[in-house]
Design a protein around this ligand. Structure first.
Ligand SMILES: [Zn+2]
Length: 542
């Protein structure tokens, strides 16, 4: 009898070994937050053909699967790949090409950084950003552009101040724009003068005009920018994004990168509605790493510049209520276009009047209990009584937690007591029971851990204010993690494909050097990405 039992056992071990399934990749010895419905934690994952076969304990997974590629993570934490639910990848790419002038301690150093870039790549123009003359040893007067024009006599050079409200430009840039001293097109005070000539420093609208002198990138340039931005995403642990508005020309480049396999970042591209996009993309689709099924609209502008549309006037400028960006008829007809084609609508709304306008217009097209997932981007200031409309019409509020911590120190000047109706992330979450989050990069930094930190701690990176800003609207760590993984996926109808580590979903995950679910809060912003995997492929390793 004893021999018989041993025999059976031996046979089952042999069968067991033979029956081990092949995996392309096995991860063991990790602390893997699956972000499934139970928020369960496992140690091992088996991957094949870009998808998760199974998660479980090391014993389970190594008992059932074998692979030539087994990675022991030595206990490091692993999460579903992060998904930025609202950002601008093209803008990120364009910014990456600029010479970074942040932290320069003299104007001389600014010029040296420009010369270095020029030697490396001999570009047809130079753009830089981040200079701050208050840090310069020459003193905090604006410099003149003589040396800049001497160093770069032929190509336009445009250098944005750290707040983007001023530029230093060379004479070639001024010539290209075609302005001259005394030019009536320059509002008072926007050109700094020196002995009757331009000093080379311009402010506000005139500063903004200099962008016109730069060449519009061609297709090759766009693909170079997009791939650089993609790598920046991987470096930050992002494996998916929603790209909030694009024209047909750039979407075409993205489609080419998708077809060639170079686009690896899962990219949900929203259409900027115009003749070209709406005629070309009249049906939602997913192909490879691209999904198209959303149009992007704007109801108003930004709060900082008093462009946000308010029901009552601004507290610090009682003659204005902001600037409407879309008319009711146009908004209505685009909603109809979307409803007829099963597209999502996503509309930028900052002010309480903008949010009310969007909620009430959406309500005409959305039945109670619908699952069309029309979105309001930012959903920043919501008048009392309007909040419930999100729940009633199943409208998705799409939030950027770092906007709260960027704006909180000055927003009360603009809106006074109405600040208590702003950045209400927890109350918005409670409307549907889920909420997607993002950064709106390059407006904010790419790093999704800053989103996580801002959502949870409601403080900026200087750890201000103590105790956090309007903490009743903080998210829990689990909610914050869900908002940047499974809920972000849900906001683009992709929750069955990604956003959690479950069998059949894409093997998209990120390994961090510390566990953001248990780490002391103040240390979260310094957490580093160690590895990023998309479709089971290692796309970034630190
Ligand atoms: Zn945006």
């Amino acid at each position: 009898m004893k021999n018989f039992v041993w025999g059976i056992l031996l046979i089952s071990i042999i069968i067991g070994c033979k029956m081990k399934e092949n995996a392309d990749l096995i991860i063991v010895n990790s602390k893997a937050y699956t972000v499934d419905s139970l928020f369960s934690v496992q140690t091992a994952i088996a991957v094949r053909d870009g998808k998760i076969m199974e998660t479980g304990s090391d014993e389970d997974i190594l008992g059932k699967y074998k692979s030539d590629n087994v990675i022991d993570l030595a206990g490091f934490p692993l999460y579903p790949g992060f998904n930025d639910a609202h950002c601008h990848i093209t803008g990120l790419g364009m910014g990456l090409g600029r010479v970074d002038l942040r932290g320069a301690t003299s104007y001389k150093e600014v010029l040296e950084r420009l010369v270095k870039r020029h030697k490396e790549s001999s570009p047809s123009y130079l753009e830089g950003d981040g200079w701050n003359q208050t840090l310069w040893e020459e003193g905090d007067d604006f410099p003149d552009n003589k040396e800049l024009s001497r160093l770069f006599p032929d190509i336009p050079v445009i250098l944005y101040r750290i707040d983007y409200h001023a530029v230093i430009v060379n004479d070639a840039a001024i010539r290209a724009l075609g302005i001259y001293p005394g030019d009536k097109s320059i509002p008072d005070g926007e050109a700094i003068m020196q002995n009757g000539t331009f000093k080379g420093v311009f402010l506000e609208n005139t500063a903004e005009r200099f962008r016109q002198v730069l060449p519009v990138p061609d297709k090759n340039e766009y693909s170079r920018l997009l791939l650089a931005a993609q790598q920046e995403c991987f470096r930050n642990g992002l494996t998916s994004i929603s790209h909030a508005g694009e024209d047909a020309e750039v979407i075409e480049v993205m489609e080419e990168l998708n077809a060639s396999g170079e686009l690896k970042l899962r990219t949900d591209i929203w259409l900027t509605p115009n003749q070209a996009t709406l005629s070309k993309y009249s049906q939602p689709f997913s192909r490879g790493r691209i999904r198209i099924g959303t149009i992007k609209l704007f109801a108003d502008g930004a709060l900082g510049s008093r462009g946000a549309l308010m029901i009552e006037p601004y507290s610090d400028m009682p003659q204005t209520k902001g600037i409407p960006v879309i008319g009711a008829n146009e908004f209505d007809s685009l909603c109809r276009w979307a409803a007829e084609r099963e597209f999502q609508v996503a509309i930028h709304c900052i002010g309480d009047a903008a949010n009310r306008f969007a909620l009430d217009t959406y309500a005409k097209y959305l039945d109670e209990g619908n699952d069309l997932r029309w979105r309001i981007e930012h959903a920043q200031i919501i008048a009392p009584g309007d909040l419930e409309k999100f729940g009633k019409y199943r409208i998705v509020p799409s939030i950027q937690p770092t906007h709260a911590t960027s704006d909180m120190l000055w927003a009360d000047e603009r809106i006074g007591d109405r600040l208590r109706n702003a950045y209400m992330y927890k109350e918005l979450l409670d409307q549907l029971g889920w909420i997607p989050s993002g950064t709106d990069f390059p407006v904010e930094q790419v790093n999704p851990l800053y989103t996580f930190f801002a959502a949870v701690s409601r403080r900026n990176l200087d750890m201000v204010p103590q105790g956090g800003f309007q903490m009743e609207n903080a998210l829990s760590r689990e909610e914050a993690l869900r908002s940047m993984t499974i809920w972000a996926a849900k906001a683009s109808f992709e929750e069955a494909l990604k956003g959690s580590l479950e069998p059949g979903k894409y093997a998209d995950f990120v390994v961090l050097d510390k566990d953001i679910m248990t780490l002391d809060e103040d240390s979260i912003p310094a957490v580093k990405v160690l590895k990023t995997f998309v479709n089971g492929e290692l796309v970034y390793s630190n």
